[in-house]
Ligand binder design. Structure first.
Ligand code: NAD
Ligand code: ZN
Ligand code: ZN
Length: 346
């Protein structure tokens, strides 16, 4: 089958032919319908050889949707041809975190060498994907595969971060979304669907700010040296009850710190590598700072249910598998509006 692989440190990913996978006991083979392109892959492909955590070559793609092609020995409860979304942050399934469905925080994944598809295990940018266990599949139940595939990460990750902040996002509150890209443009819609908060979106690109307004941001602010002052002005000087940074570089974490309200919450979701100093006098009183990772199995079920209700409109641009390297180039250049989605069957 054809697959998009990251093969050499620092080089662009390549479309290659690899053996067709076959499901072993307990596994499920999917024919991939759609695979999402996440900025985290660009971060992975920028890491140096020293300390690189995964084996190469690595088939990319940690957002996946497909149809059941074959079941390994002992797997039941799934029908061939059934359309499913893949829960990506695979865990052991039995530790205390996994028992709560929080496989993203599995306590044993590292020790057992369990890796998510596309981030260690072979990913979804291929004609077929091996899924380690049927519990990592959620039925699409009528959702369009292209619109649904970004929800497995670009939807699930902000959903998890926003759900934690819900008690703060009461009427009259403000939520700030920094970076209105793949994750950010879904975050804006999640905030509108789940909270009465006023949503302020920041980005460096006018195109992204236009998309942010289209999908429900009440206010948009260009992310430049004046951004923090502009956001504070919009909140009458009080700041925002919740700030979601989907970039995570020095200037954006500085904005996040500068616009948080007393007792506010800052979620550093972007993996741009910047740190935010926490300590007395560094931030307004009692601001909470966290760096969440992906979401739980239950939360993916919830995000897909929310999409079925019609509350989410994910903006996508589709590419064939042969065009996938171009999709990464475009994402790197900042010219993808919403999420790029690869169609391995096209
Ligand atoms: P994306 O490229 O689609 O979106 C990033 C957006 O940020 C773009 O619209 C870009 O114009 C904007 N941006 C860049 N610099 C900015 C700045 N200084 N101020 C404001 N906006 C700026 O990327 P994505 O796929 O949505 O991923 C967003 C980030 O989240 C990445 O760092 C990614 O690695 C990370 N991520 C983290 C998790 C997690 O579990 N923590 C999960 C998925 C993605
Ligand atoms: Zn991702
Ligand atoms: Zn576990």
């Amino acid at each position: 089958m054809k697959a998009l692989q990251y093969r050499t440190i620092g080089a662009a990913p390549e479309v290659v032919t690899v053996p067709d996978p076959e499901p072993g006991p307990g596994q499920v083979l999917l024919k991939v319908t759609a695979a999402g392109v996440c900025h985290s892959d660009i971060a992975v492909m920028s890491w140096p050889a020293e300390g690189f955590p995964y084996e190469l070559p690595l088939t990319l793609g940690h957002e996946g949707v497909g149809t059941v092609a074959a079941l390994g020995a002992g797997v039941s409860g799934l029908a061939e041809g059934e359309a499913v979304a893949v829960y990506g942050p695979w865990g052991c399934g039995t530790c205390a975190k996994c028992a709560e469905g929080k496989e993203n925080y599995c306590l044993r994944a590292d020790a057992l060498g369990i890796r998510p598809p596309g981030l260690g295990a072979p990913g979804s940018m291929a004609e077929y994907l091996l899924v380690d266990d049927p519990r990592h599949l959620v039925p699409l139940d009528g959702l369009d595969p292209v619109a649904a595939v970004p929800l497995t990460d670009a939807g699930l990750t902000p959903y998890h971060a926003i759900k934690r902040a819900l008690p703060r996002l009461v009427p009259g509150s403000t939520a700030v979304v920094i970076g209105a890209g793949g994750l950010g443009h879904v975050a804006i819609q999640l905030l509108r669907a789940l909270t009465p908060a006023r949503v302020v979106a920041l980005d460096v690109s006018e195109d992204k700010l236009r998309l942010a307004r289209e999908v429900g941001a009440h206010e948009t602010v260009l992310s430049d040296a004046g951004a923090a002052a502009a956001v504070r002005d919009l909140t009458g000087g009080l700041g925002a009850e919740a700030v979601f940074d989907f970039v995570g570089v020095e200037p954006t974490v500085a904005v996040a710190a500068a616009v948080a309200a007393v007792e506010g919450e800052i979620s550093l979701v972007g993996i741009g590598g910047a740190a935010l100093p926490v300590g007395f006098g560094r931030l307004p009183f009692e601001v909470s700072v966290s760096s969440p990772y992906w979401g739980s199995r239950g939360e993916l079920v919830e995000v897909l249910a929310l999409a079925r209700s019609g509350a989410l409109s994910v903006h996508t641009e589709t590419f064939t598998l042969d065009e996938a390297p171009l999709a990464y180039e475009r994402l790197h250049a900042g010219t993808i509006n919403g999420r790029a989605v690869i169609l391995p069957g096209a």
